[in-house]
Ligand binder design. Sequence first.
Ligand code: HEC
Ligand code: HEC
Length: 248
Amino acid sequence: MTPRTASLLLVLLALPLSAVAAGPPGDYGEGQRLYGEVCFSCHGNRGDGRGPNWKSTRPRPPAFTSPLMKRMTDDYLFAVTKFGKLNLLKERTGGFKLRGAKPAAMPGPADSIEDGQIRALLRWVRGFPAGKQPDDPTSREIYQAACAECHGKAGRGDGETALGGQPPGWPFVSRIQPPPADLTSREQMARFGGRYLFWLVKLGRIGAAEEKGYDYMEPFGHILKDAQIWSLVRYVREAFIEGKPRGR
Ligand code: HEC
Ligand code: HEC
């Protein structure tokens, strides 16, 4: 490899994923129509997660307008809608592969951490949004040892596993999908009840769904064609994640 191609490669590697990937294919208008028929009931007409079913899902649906969504790839949005979250996390996607990122569930089981310690850790974690945490050196230590690689030292979801060598700072596209939660975000943390978080940390995301029945994004691949799902991805990306809805 000549020095010139080597430096070109370096430049390419340093580009954020979003700059390399073209926008999603699909038709905005079709996406808008399908969203109003199928997705609004949970995610809300304005993409704020406050659809009529907002109260009945555990965890609550995410707001597509949240900055955290900018860390998701189009491929992830497509795959989570087509296959559902559990199938995606278990890599039951019939050969479909995410480009530039790998699916990774919130891990578990954290059997090495006792129940009481998980509760203390979560009280400490809950202090992130206010920037005020209980004085609890043990929880801080466990957090830095077991959680910071993904969630970041300061809880912003920007640990090395998510950054994968990208420069720290914001925004970035996560190298693991879904992106690790931003624990400092009030909007995100308000989606989760205490019991859900306990089982999430104890059993992991897959265990919390399979053993404790917590909700996850269901598959829609049996009622929607791929082209329709790409239209939804385009609509969600443009209207909510980028915040540029077009008039009807
Ligand atoms: C019955 C309620 C419900 C419906 C209907 C629904 N969703 Fe979801 N969706 C959820 C819940 C709950 C989550 C959060 C899952 C989690 O955190 O594990 C979610 C998460 C998502 C995510 C983010 C994935 C992530 O990992 O956070 C996307 C993208 C998404 N939904 C797209 C859609 C689209 C597109 C439709 C319409 C085809 C749709 N959803 C319909 C409940 C729903
Ligand atoms: C290997 C990476 C990784 C590690 C290590 C990790 N997490 Fe996570 N965490 C994630 C991912 C990915 C999500 C997003 C889950 C989702 O959307 O289903 C998440 C989500 C969360 C959430 C929000 C709940 C949700 O559904 O998004 C909390 C709270 C959390 N983690 C706490 C912790 C704590 C406490 C630890 C340490 C004991 C920890 N995590 C370790 C990857 C990780």
